[in-house]
Design a protein around this ligand. Structure first.
Ligand SMILES: [Ca+2]
Ligand SMILES: [Ca+2]
Length: 73
């Protein structure tokens, strides 16, 4: 008879590397209530001008809180 010992060590490490939510207020460095491309690109370098323009739904060159929330960055 063979005894097979299967020792399985399962380490479940809940690594929550889910992108930390960046708060609107953290990006709005001049606190004027809207985010310019410079402000958002300074915090999120992967937001290019093209991405920014896509997020800027009303094309006024700034992201308000609604636009920022809709983008789910
Ligand atoms: Ca601002
Ligand atoms: Ca806008």
């Amino acid at each position: 008879m063979k005894k097979i010992l299967a020792i399985t060590t399962v380490s479940l490490m809940a690594i929550s590397t889910a992108a930390q939510a960046v708060e609107f207020a953290d990006i709005d460095s001049n606190q004027d209530g809207v985010l310019t491309f410079e402000e958002i690109n300074g915090v999120m370098a992967d937001v290019t001008e093209e991405v920014f323009n896509n997020i800027d739904l009303n094309q006024n060159g700034a992201l308000d809180q609604d636009e920022f929330a809709a983008a789910e960055l």
